[in-house]
Design a protein around this ligand. Structure first.
Ligand SMILES: Cc1cc2nc3c(=O)[nH]c(=O)nc-3n(C[C@H](O)[C@H](O)[C@H](O)COP(=O)(O)OP(=O)(O)OC[C@H]3O[C@@H](n4cnc5c(N)ncnc54)[C@H](O)[C@@H]3O)c2cc1C
Length: 482
C-alpha cells in the first residue's frame, strides 16, 4: 500500500514578522530583496513557483537540453546593474551577441545592432542622409520620461523617414519583440528602449539563465534573505491605510512593508482589494492596459549534431510590411529565432533554438483541450517549416520540440492574460503612486514598457528598494545599515 504523501511545510521555521515581504522573485523582486537585505532589513522573498526568476527562467528536458525562456538579449546597461547590485563575477559573464539578422520581404541583412552599424546600414543600404540619421538618434537619445508624451512612434518615424516602411521595420521590429510596443504607443517608450540597445548593442549571459539565477540565489542567501519557494501570497493586510502583513499559504505573517513584484493590477485588485484605495486612483487602475503575451517553440538539437552559425538572433518575417496586427496574429508570419550555440553554456556542447512570437491571450484561452493541443502542435510544425529556410535539415537534427502559449506564461507567473511585459505605459504611474495610497506598499516589476525587460525590471527593483529603505528608516530611525 502506498504511504500517504506528507505535505511539506514550505513555511517551516518562518519568522513571525519581517521588515519587508517581497512578493515574487522576478528580476525586480530578487534585485530589490537583495538590496534591502544588504541595507540591513529582514526580508522574506515569497515565490509561488518552485524556481526563482519569474520570466527569467529555464527548463530542462531529456537529452541534456536546457531551454531559456527570456534570455534572448538585453542592453549593455545590464553589465553595470549586475556589478553594482549583484556581483562582479555575475557581471563578468555578460557577453555581446554580434550577429543579429533580419530576413523579410523588404530586406535581408546582418548587423551588430549598435549605433555605428545602424548608421552605416541606414545610410548605405536605405539611402538616408547622414544628417537625418544623426538628428533621429539625437532626438531619441534626448527623450526622457518627463517629456511630453503626445507624439507616437508612428509620428516620430513619419517625421524622419516619411513613407519609408522598410526603415520603420528595421528600427521598430526588434523593439516590438523586446517590449511589445507598437507604432501607436508614445514615442518615448520607443526612444528610451531603442537608445538603451543602441548604446552598444545586444548582450547575453554566458552560462544561461539557470547559472544566473543560481548565482543570484547564492547572493540572496549570503545577504540573509529568507527565500521561500512554493509560497503563494494570498493577501496583503492593510489597516488605516498602512501595511500590516501578508497571508502566505494560509499563514499570517506581520511586516512593516510589502514590495510586490506581482502584476500591478493583481496587487491592487486582488491582493489588497479595491476598497482600500481612493476612487480616483482606482479609475486609473482600471485604465491600465496589459501588454501582450507570447508563444514560444523550444527545439533541442540531438547530442553530436551541430547547426551552422546562422546568426544569434534572427528576426524573420513573411509579412510584406511591418504590421503590429500581423505580429500579434495567431496566424504567424513573424518569428524571432534565438540560436544557442555551445559557447553560451561552455563545456556542454549543446545547441538549442527558441522561436518567440508575440501573441494574444484571448486567441488561446478559450480553446477546448483538443483544439489547444492541436493548435500547439500546429505551432511547432509551422515553426519547423519556417526554420527550414535557415537550417534545411532541422527536422532530422532535433530530438525534442515543445511549445508554450500565453496560458503557459499565465500559469507560471500568475500575470493576468500571461502578459510578457507587464502593462502599457500608463501602468508606471499607477505603480509609482502606490505608496501614496497605502503606507509601506510598493511595487516593482514590468510596467510602462520602459521598466520592462531584464534591465528595466532589475533597475526598477533598485529604485523601489531604495524607496522602501527610506520608508523603513523613517519608521525606525535607530536602524543601522549592516
Ligand atoms: C517569451 C519572453 C521573452 C522575453 N525576452 C526577453 C529578452 O530577450 N530580453 C529582456 O530583457 N526581456 C525579455 N523578456 C521580458 C523579461 O523577461 C521580463 O520583462 C522580466 O523578466 C520581468 O521581470 P519582473 O521582475 O517584472 O517579474 P516577473 O518575471 O514577471 O516575475 C514575477 C514573479 O512574481 C511571482 N508572483 C506573482 N504573484 C505572486 C504571488 N501572489 N505570490 C508569490 N509569487 C507571486 C511570479 O511567480 C513570478 O516569479 C521576455 C519575456 C517573455 C515572456
Amino acid at each position: 500500500m502506498n504511504k500517504p504523501q506528507l505535505q511539506r511545510n514550505w513555511l517551516k521555521d518562518i519568522r513571525s514578522a519581517y521588515d519587508t515581504v517581497v512578493i515574487g522573485s522576478g528580476l525586480a523582486g530578487m534585485t530589490s530583496a537583495n538590496l534591502l537585505a544588504k541595507m540591513g532589513h529582514k526580508v522574506l522573498l515569497a515565490e509561488h513557483h518552485y524556481n526563482l526568476g519569474g520570466m527569467a527562467t529555464w527548463f530542462k528536458r531529456k537529452g541534456g537540453h536546457i531551454m531559456d525562456i527570456s534570455l534572448h538579449g538585453f542592453p549593455c546597461g545590464m553589465i553595470k546593474t549586475l556589478r553594482k547590485y549583484w556581483s562582479q563575477d555575475i557581471s563578468n559573464r555578460v557577453i555581446q551577441l554580434k550577429n543579429i539578422r533580419f530576413d523579410n520581404p523588404q530586406f535581408s541583412l546582418n548587423t551588430s545592432f549598435d549605433k555605428l552599424d545602424f548608421t552605416h546600414i541606414l545610410k548605405d543600404r536605405f539611402g538616408i542622409f547622414k544628417e537625418v540619421i544623426d538628428e533621429f538618434f539625437q532626438t531619441v537619445r534626448g527623450m526622457n520620461f518627463y517629456d511630453d508624451i503626445v507624439m507616437t512612434t508612428r509620428e516620430l518615424f513619419e517625421k524622419y523617414f516619411p513613407g519609408r516602411t522598410d526603415v520603420w521595420r528595421f528600427l521598430m521590429e526588434p523593439i516590438t519583440y523586446a517590449n511589445g510596443s507598437t507604432l501607436d504607443d508614445p514615442a518615448i517608450t520607443y526612444g528610451i528602449v531603442f537608445s538603451n540597445f543602441m548604446d552598444k548593442g545586444v548582450f547575453t549571459y554566458r552560462g544561461g539563465t539557470d547559472h544566473l539565477i543560481k548565482e543570484m540565489k547564492k547572493e540572496l542567501i549570503k545577504n540573509g534573505v529568507d527565500i521561500r519557494t512554493h509560497c503563494m501570497v494570498e493577501k496583503i493586510y492593510v489597516e488605516d491605510k498602512t501595511v500590516q502583513g501578508v497571508r502566505v499559504n494560509g499563514q499570517d505573517i506581520a511586516c512593516k512593508s510589502v514590495l510586490s513584484n506581482s502584476n500591478i493590477k493583481t496587487t491592487i485588485e486582488q491582493l489588497v482589494g479595491e476598497e482600500k484605495f481612493g476612487p480616483e486612483y482606482i479609475k486609473d487602475v482600471k485604465n491600465v492596459r496589459l501588454n501582450n503575451s507570447s508563444c514560444q517553440v523550444y527545439m533541442g538539437i540531438k547530442k553530436g549534431e551541430q547547426i551552422p552559425h546562422v546568426g544569434d538572433l534572427l528576426f524573420s518575417s513573411e509579412a510584406e510590411e511591418y504590421c503590429t496586427e500581423k505580429i500579434l496574429s495567431k496566424d504567424i508570419t513573424s518569428r524571432t529565432f534565438s540560436f544557442y550555440y555551445p559557447e553560451i553554456r561552455p563545456g556542454t556542447n549543446q545547441y538549442s533554438i527558441v522561436s518567440s512570437t508575440n501573441a494574444r491571450y484571448k486567441d488561446w484561452a478559450n480553446l477546448s483541450e483538443k483544439e489547444y493541443l492541436h493548435d500547439k502542435n500546429d505551432l511547432e510544425q509551422t515553426t519547423l517549416n519556417a526554420l527550414e529556410k535557415y537550417v534545411p535539415d532541422i527536422r532530422k537534427k532535433i530530438d525534442h520540440i515543445e511549445a508554450s502559449t500565453p496560458k503557459t506564461f499565465k500559469h507560471y507567473t500568475l500575470h493576468p492574460s500571461g502578459t510578457s511585459f507587464g502593462t502599457k505605459f500608463e501602468g508606471l504611474k499607477v505603480s509609482r503612486d502606490l505608496p501614496k495610497q497605502i503606507n509601506g506598499l510598493f511595487h516593482a516589476g514590468s510596467v510602462g514598457i520602459i521598466m520592462s525587460g531584464w534591465l528595466g525590471a532589475a533597475n526598477y527593483g533598485v529604485i523601489v528598494a531604495n524607496e522602501t529603505d527610506k520608508f523603513l528608516r523613517q519608521r525606525t530611525p535607530s536602524l543601522v545599515t549592516a
